[in-house]
Design a protein around this ligand. Structure first.
Ligand SMILES: [Zn+2]
Ligand SMILES: [Zn+2]
Length: 426
């Protein structure tokens, strides 16, 4: 059973069980971490962020799953998952087919976004896990592989694609009779294994496996406070200097921290661009369906309304939640958090952090609508009789999701804690 080992920095200096000192990446607290046994994890006593965890699978087991994923992926990506019987002709849809059709019919940028999240990132993720295991066997220190894993992980969206497949099945029922293909099993297995790998692999811990944390209490003092690297979550007593004499993290060789102004500017830039994109994403049609040469456009909102009219309340709710509620409330929450920092609002830090974690978690689910569009486009296509096509809003919608995801990853929650730590003014 996992056991929490919260320890405060006020531990006696001579306590023998202290293994190393770590700075919390979320609230900047200085925490002494014990040597952990299997299944235990150490969390920050102040913000409950996981500092270290032994509750995970070995890299070897993860790499076996990754290998299974690589074997299954060609079947999951390239072979038909669904087929419909449309006016006497059977048409099937695969992930790759959807992306290709979108790209060749005038929407290469939207197709590229889907290609990234549903094809390129999942494959790269599996390959990286296998390469890390090889590096471990060859006793290498794979700094660049670890950096790449950190970057890629949030963009692997196979689980989102799985839900998109379900929504598509509901949507297509109106136009044609639907059947599932045998390769759907390969896709389901791939989606489940990816989700499992996600839950059981922890990039932060992989860094610790290859480059253990070892800053001791004795190495730090008030004059020499420990540094913290925002890229690899490493706490260290002294940065290394590169050839230009710029301080670097000894573990990942990146600049250990950005100044608060720069990180705020990055978040603002990504968020404002995301806000600009959300307007065309909602006002232009996101899809067109043409029947007997009459073409009708659907915006995000009218798409939800048509689900309600069809009586599919659950699907209407899923689509409304993923493509309207989440993107807009995410922007609202990020604006609130940024204003809290600029205007020094001392609201409940517990709620602010909870909101931040929620937007971080749900952000990727907004890609759902774009995946549904790609699948619909490859399924419902019979020339002039019935045809489904993507609308101009798709690319704006995808960009808005991407940009707001970037805004949440560049947001530095330690700035919120800094305000919380300030003495309260009356
Ligand atoms: Zn913390
Ligand atoms: Zn680092």
């Amino acid at each position: 059973m996992p056991k929490n080992v919260p320890l405060s920095a006020a531990q006696p200096l001579s306590a023998p069980q202290i293994h190393h000192i770590a700075r919390c990446g979320e609230c900047d607290a200085l925490v002494s971490v014990q040597e952990l046994a299997r299944g235990e994890h150490a969390e920050c006593p102040r913000c409950h962020n996981d500092l270290q965890s032994k509750d995970r699978w070995s890299l070897k087991r993860c790499s076996i799953i990754a290998l299974a994923l690589l074997i299954l992926m060609p079947f999951a990506l390239n072979y038909p998952l669904l087929s419909v019987n449309l006016i006497g002709v059977s048409i099937d849809a695969s992930i790759w087919g959807g992306v290709w059709k979108m790209a060749t019919e005038g929407y290469p940028y939207s197709a590229f976004l889907i290609f990234l999240c549903a094809v390129f990132m999942p494959i790269s993720f599996a390959i990286l896990v296998i390469l890390l295991q090889l590096a471990k066997l060859m006793r290498q220190q794979p700094r660049n592989l670890l950096m790449a894993l950190d970057y890629i992980k949030p963009w692997v969206m196979f689980d989102v694609y799985l839900v998109a497949l379900g929504v598509t099945a509901f949507k297509v029922r109106d136009y044609a009779s639907l059947s599932f293909d045998i390769y759907l099993i390969a896709f389901l297995a791939t989606a489940l294994l990816t989700t499992l790998l996600f839950a059981k692999i922890n990039p932060k811990e992989l860094w610790n496996d290859f480059y253990p944390q070892h800053t001791k209490l004795a190495q730090i003092s008030a004059e020499n406070p420990p540094h913290f690297c925002v890229n690899c979550h490493y706490t260290f007593d002294r940065p290394v200097l590169d050839y230009k004499n710029i301080p670097r993290c000894p573990r990942c060789h990146q600049a250990p921290s950005r100044s608060p102004e720069i990180s705020l500017q990055q978040t603002w830039a990504a968020l404002l661009a995301g806000i600009v994109m959300i307007f065309p994403a909602n006002f232009y049609p996101i899809s067109y369906i043409s029947m007997n040469n009459i073409s009708t456009g659907d915006t995000l909102f009218s798409g939800v309304v048509s689900f309600v009219e069809m009586g599919s309340y659950f699907v209407a709710f899923v689509v409304f939640f993923a493509s309207i509620f989440v993107p807009i409330s995410k922007i609202g929450v990020m604006l609130y958090l940024l204003f809290s920092i600029h205007f020094n609002w001392q609201h409940s830090i517990k709620w602010q952090m909870r909101l931040f974690h929620i937007v971080h978690f749900v952000g990727r689910w907004s890609m759902l609508d774009l995946f549904v569009l790609a699948l619909m486009m490859s399924l419902v296509t019979r020339g002039q009789i019935i045809n489904f096509s993507v609308g101009p809003a798709a690319i704006y919608f995808g960009l808005s999701v991407f940009l707001t995801m970037i805004a949440t990853t560049t947001f530095d929650s330690r700035l919120l804690w800094k305000i919380y730590d300030k003495p309260k003014s009356n």
